[in-house]
Design a protein around this ligand. Structure first.
Ligand SMILES: C[S@@+](CC[C@H](N)C(=O)[O-])C[C@H]1O[C@@H](n2cnc3c(N)ncnc32)[C@H](O)[C@@H]1O
Length: 456
């Protein structure tokens, strides 16, 4: 400990500085041991800072470092700096939008640097404006200036070239999410605590009577950028399928059937099928989506295709398959009002009641209780909660709310119960393992005798 002091005697700033230093040592030590490139923000920065194959303690150190760095900035800053710092954030979004509009990402060579004046003549923008906007973006971590007067890509800006969906994401944030967020107060003024899907910030911001889904799908422009945005979100760190694979003990299932409820197009089943060759899958969704799934599966290898079946099934009808080991519900509940969430879960109850080892795996955001995790993780989960409210009048839930929701799904002999919760470092989603719990009989939990898995 610095100066021989114990942790209890350290002031908050020193504690955070120690956290940062300790986490940075773990990360740098890992990079040296594994011959990985050291994280930097310059042109040589690796495309991935910490690979997903890194041990959990290294990925946890990265989360700790990010949160401690954010927390230390907050407490070291003067209160009078709060608003100027907030102002910087909206300018960042405006700069990235401007750079995307003038196709600056594509105009900068992937290797080497380019002088501002030459770049300005390529993208036909005033040089002084281009330089100001790029230099502002550089302070956000996007692009770098390896030689004074010349700009180059770094790992962040290169993403906008490698993954064009990033441009759709920025456009969607700017043209859709921003107006919703800035109309949040007017929405509460007009609709109070409404949970109706057509009394949201979408209705206020865009003066439409439509629900958010209808509003987006009926606008060709918006639905195009929405698809690009969703594709990028699916590939982003928070929702990558690697977390789903890591956050449940799929191997213990052996040869088993997994039903992915509302699982089109089937990319989740394909990823799991590749990782676990003994598992078979049934993807259920609407008739229209299952048609897309057929096309999607045709592009997979025969070995994968042979283990994935498709079926038209609505989440509001009783689950017809009762011999599966897992009924997976991933990101399918948070856009629904509570009454619908209950109906969806109730349709699965008989299937998990029929087999004491069967599980419902609910993969959704769990909002952390204040201070229970790093400040950055907490902010990202709370962001998702606000977006759900603004778009759908629905919520993301805290763990006690998930316990209450699942516990309320019951029949005469028992109810649904969460037996385990897992969340990989960096994941935006938690995996809630849910079983049917029989009511106490003579003080003994009937299900425990029958095959609880002991992981709770
Ligand atoms: C956000 S997506 C879920 C994505 C998918 N579960 C995953 O993990 O990537 C919602 C899915 O629910 C499906 N869906 C919506 N309403 C449904 C219903 N009533 N019955 C069955 N599927 C439905 C949609 O077609 C869509 O595939």
């Amino acid at each position: 400990m610095a100066n021989g002091q114990s942790a209890e005697n350290l002031a908050p700033l020193e504690l955070l500085a120690n956290d940062i230093s300790g986490a940075a040592k773990i990360i740098e030590g890992y990079c040296v041991l594994e011959h990985e490139a050291h994280p930097t923000g310059d042109a040589t920065a690796p495309a991935v800072t910490i690979p997903s194959s890194a041990p959990r303690y290294v990925r946890e150190a990265r989360q700790r470092l990010l949160s401690a760095a954010k927390a230390i900035q907050q407490i070291a800053a003067e209160p009078t700096e709060y608003l100027p710092t907030l102002a910087v954030q909206y300018q960042y979004l405006a700069c990235v939008k401007w750079l995307a509009h003038f196709q600056v990402f594509a105009a900068i060579p992937l290797q080497g640097s380019v002088p501002y004046d030459r770049l300005a003549s390529i993208v036909t923008t005033p040089e002084r404006q281009l330089r100001s906007i790029l230099r502002m973006a550089i302070t956000s971590g996007c692009f770098c200036e390896p030689v004074l007067g010349e700009v180059a890509h770094n790992a962040v800006s290169r993403k906008f070239v490698d993954q064009p969906g990033y441009l759709g994401w920025i456009k969607f944030m700017d043209e859709y999410y921003m107006p919703l967020a800035s109309n949040m107060a007017q929405t509460t003024e007009r609709y109070g605590d409404s949970q109706k899907p057509n009394e949201t910030a979408t209705n206020v911001a865009f003066s439409t009577p439509l629900t958010t889904f209808d509003f987006i799908t009926r606008s060709p422009d918006l639905s195009k950028i929405f698809s690009a945005y969703m594709k990028s979100v699916a590939e982003s760190e928070g929702t990558t399928l690697r977390h789903l694979i890591a956050d449940f003990d799929w191997a213990k299932l052996g040869e088993a059937l997994v039903v992915h409820v509302a699982g089109a197009p089937g990319s989740v089943s394909v990823a799991l099928a590749e990782a676990y060759p003994k598992l078979r899958f049934l993807v259920q969704d609407s008739a229209e989506q299952i048609e897309h799934s057929r096309a999607f599966l045709r592009a997979q290898t025969g070995a994968i295709r042979s283990r994935i079946e498709l079926a038209v099934h609505t989440v509001f009808k009783m689950q017809p398959v009762t011999n599966a080991s897992v009924y997976l519900l991933r990101m399918s509940l948070h856009t629904r009002p509570a009454a619908e969430v209950k109906r969806v879960l109730a349709c699965l109850l008989p299937a998990v009641k029929a087999n004491a080892n069967a599980r419902i795996l609910v993969v959704e955001t769990v909002i952390p209780l204040p201070g229970s995790c790093g400040i950055l993780d907490e902010a990202l989960e709370r962001y998702r909660d606000l977006v759900m409210k603004q778009c759908f009048n629905t919520i993301e839930r805290e763990l006690p709310e998930w316990h209450a929701m699942l516990g309320s799904i019951a029949d005469a002999e028992g109810h649904l119960e969460i037996v385990n919760v897992e969340k990989s470092p960096g994941s935006a989603l938690s995996s809630l393992e849910v079983k049917y719990q029989r009511h106490h009989t003579n003080g003994v939990l009937a299900n425990t005798v029958n095959g609880g898995n002991g992981r709770s």
